[in-house]
Design a protein around this ligand. Structure first.
Ligand SMILES: [Zn+2]
Length: 347
C-alpha cells in the first residue's frame, strides 16, 4: 500500500470512515489492533504500526480490539459505497463523476482507493464495466444494438461498439455467442461475500478475503469460457433474500438454483455435503463412507476444500473425526460462527 504512515495516522486520528477496510492500526504498547474509526483513545504516532489486512496484525501477535471489533465484517463495504452500488444497479446508465461524489460529501480519491483495493479497478472503470454488462444483457435478450446502447447511457454507437470490442473481442452484433458471469458483492454479518451467477444459478459464493478467490474466479471463467463482470442477475435477488434469512436464523435450506463448477468427483462430494442437515456436523470419514469409498478420506477432504459455493454447499458442517473444526476457506472463526448460528446460539 502506498499510503504513508502520517496519512494513516491522521485518518485514524480523525476516525475517517473512508479508510474502513483499507488499513488497520496496531498499538505496540497494548498489543491490540483497531479499525481506523475506533473510538478508543488514539495512541502516540511512535507507538503504532499499520496493516493492510487483519491477518497481518494477527500473525504479528496483535489481538482484536474489544471496542471496534476489527474481525467482525473486516472487509465490509462502507455505507456510502453501498449506496453508490445500489444506485448503479437501479440505473446502469448513471454516470457518477468526481464532481457528483464531491457533491455527496465523498472524497473521489477515497472512492477510487476502495474500488482499486476491492475490485482492482477504479470507480470509473467499474461503472463502465457495469454499463457494458447491462447492455450485453439487453442484446442477449433480443434488443436492438441501438436500443441497448442508448438505454444503458452510451452517447454514441461507436463508443458502445468500441467498449464492447475491448472486452469481448467482437462487435456487439456478433456478441450473442459470448457469455458473461455476473459478479456481485453481498454484505453479511460475517463479512462481505462475492457471488457469481450465470443464467442457470449461483456458481460462486465466497467471503471476499478468501485467499483462493482469484484462482476460483479464473477457474469459473475458463470453465464457461466467459467474462466475469460486475452486474445484476435474477438469481442474486433470491440468494440475497435467502442468505439474509439464514443469518437471521429463520432459514435452514436454500432454494436458489446452483451452477457449480467442478470435476465429476467434486460434484458428487458436494452433493453429499448438501445432504448434511442444518445444525449438524459430520466427519470427513463419515462423508467418505456415505460416498461408498471409505478409503478416500483425503480426496473427499480435498474436494470439500475446493467448494466454491460456501454456506449453501455447507462444507462448514464437516469437522475432523476428533471433533476439531479443522480448516475453512473463509477462516476457522467463521466456521465456528456458522456452526454456532445453526445451533441457534445467536451472535
Ligand atoms: Zn479499537
Amino acid at each position: 500500500m502506498e499510503l504513508s504512515a502520517e496519512l494513516m495516522y491522521q485518518a485514524s486520528f480523525d476516525k475517517n470512515p473512508d479508510f474502513e477496510g483499507v488499513f488497520w492500526m496496531g498499538v505496540k504498547t497494548t498489543g491490540i489492533f483497531c479499525r481506523p474509526t475506533c473510538n478508543a483513545r488514539k495512541p502516540k504516532p511512535e507507538n503504532v504500526e499499520f496493516f493492510s489486512h487483519t491477518k497481518e496484525a494477527i500473525l504479528k501477535g496483535y489481538r482484536p480490539c474489544k471496542v471496534c471489533k476489527p474481525l467482525e465484517n473486516p472487509e465490509g463495504t462502507p455505507p456510502a459505497i453501498q449506496q453508490l452500488l445500489s444506485e448503479l444497479s437501479a440505473d446502469p446508465s448513471l454516470k457518477i463523476k468526481d464532481y457528483d461524489l464531491v457533491q455527496r460529501g465523498l472524497e473521489p480519491a477515497a472512492v477510487r482507493r476502495w474500488f482499486l483495493k476491492h475490485h482492482g479497478i477504479t470507480f470509473h472503470a467499474f461503472q463502465r464495466m457495469f454499463k457494458l454488462n447491462s447492455a450485453f444483457k439487453k442484446l442477449n435478450s433480443g434488443e436492438h444494438v441501438t436500443d441497448a446502447a442508448f438505454e444503458c447511457g452510451y452517447e454514441s454507437l461507436s463508443g458502445f461498439g468500441e467498449s464492447f470490442k475491448n472486452i469481448f473481442g467482437v462487435a456487439p452484433s456478433q456478441g450473442k455467442s459470448e457469455k458473461v458471469i455476473d459478479l456481485k458483492r453481498i454484505e453479511t454479518p460475517l463479512g462481505t461475500m462475492i457471488a457469481c451467477a450465470d443464467e442457470n444459478g449461483i456458481c460462486l459464493l465466497e467471503f471476499s478475503d478468501r485467499k483462493a478467490l482469484p484462482t476460483e474466479l479464473k477457474d469459473i471463467s475458463r470453465h464457461f469460457k466467459a467474462n466475469i463482470m460486475q452486474g445484476d442477475n435474477p438469481h442474486f435477488k433470491t440468494l440475497e433474500k435467502e442468505l439474509a434469512e439464514y443469518f437471521e436464523g429463520t432459514r435452514q435450506q436454500f432454494t436458489v438454483p446452483l451452477s457449480p463448477v467442478g470435476t465429476d468427483f467434486q460434484l458428487k462430494v458436494w452433493e453429499v455435503l448438501r445432504n448434511i442437515p442444518y445444525g449438524t456436523t459430520r466427519s470427513y470419514q463419515e462423508q467418505a463412507n456415505i460416498l461408498g469409498s471409505p478409503k478416500s478420506v483425503r480426496a473427499v477432504a480435498n474436494a470439500n476444500g475446493l467448494n466454491k459455493i460456501s454456506i449453501i454447499i455447507p462444507c462448514h458442517r464437516v469437522i475432523g473425526s476428533n471433533g476439531l473444526l479443522t480448516g475453512y476457506g473463509g477462516g476457522v472463526w467463521r466456521k465456528q460462527k456458522l456452526l454456532e448460528l445453526e445451533k441457534s446460539i445467536l451472535f
